[in-house]
Write a protein that binds this ligand. Structure first.
Ligand code: CA
Length: 227
């Protein structure tokens, strides 16, 4: 996990330095910017592994910056953690719509930022070494085609979250995946009560019964694929 490049765009010097020091203490290289213009230049030239982005900046908003990142030809998948003041909490929706992976409301403890930074960068590693086609007995999962085949049956209409969940469960079978891991690492989303369980129910309903039965809830632990 050490040795990543992280771009920190934050105009408040104390906050920026505290976060930069925390990230650097884990061995990461931290690039600091007080605003959007310099930040975007660093983004294009240094190709950071992660961006930590304040919303209120002297020369624009973090939302606009995030949209520019998502529109970039080659670097659009760069993970973004957005930071905002309490008064901007209502704008959380705008943050997600602009393409942020995580949205943290200030005051944010450096330790909290480190946890989310680690989760997002773990997800990147997961994408890299586990993105290929998966075969498990009578089951084939092809992420590139977004296709699940069970025997001769093709399973249509899985959402991105359902697909990622199913893929990870089969890939790591028969290991139990915790709800926390699914939320933070797999989906890169904020914790919401019962979110994982709700998606798991929907996923089960879309699968043939004999396949759905292989998705087991393990009380107090999480879920696994078991056949
Ligand atoms: Ca600010």
């Amino acid at each position: 996990m050490a040795g990543k490049t992280i771009l920190m765009i934050e105009d408040d010097g104390n906050t920026r330095r505290a976060f930069a020091a925390a990230l650097a203490s884990l061995g990461h290289r931290v690039l600091e910017s007080e605003g959007i213009e310099v930040g975007y230049h660093l983004f294009q030239t240094e190709k950071p592994d992660l961006i930590v982005l304040d919303v209120g900046l002297p020369d624009g908003t973090g939302y606009d910056f995030c949209k520019k990142v998502r529109a970039h030809k080659t670097l659009h998948a760069t993970p973004v953690i957005m930071l905002t003041g309490k008064g901007q909490l209502d704008e959380k929706k705008e943050g997600f719509e602009s393409g942020a992976d995580q949205y943290l409301v200030k005051p944010v403890l450096p330790q909290e930022l480190l946890l989310w930074a680690q989760a997002l960068m773990n997800r990147l590693a997961l994408d890299k070494d586990e993105g290929g086609q998966l075969e498990a007995g009578d089951l084939t999962i092809d992420p590139a085609a977004h296709l699940v085949k069970f025997g001769d049956v093709t399973i249509p209409n899985l959402t991105a979250k359902e697909f990622d969940l199913f893929y990870a469960l089969v890939k790591k079978r028969p290991k139990v995946l915790s709800r926390e891991w699914i939320l933070s690492t797999l989906w890169r989303t904020v914790a919401v009560d019962n979110l994982v369980d709700a998606h798991m129910s929907k996923l089960r309903r879309k699968l043939p019964q004999s396949l759905a039965d292989r998705l087991q809830a393990v009380p107090g632990k999480g879920f696994r694929y078991f056949s």
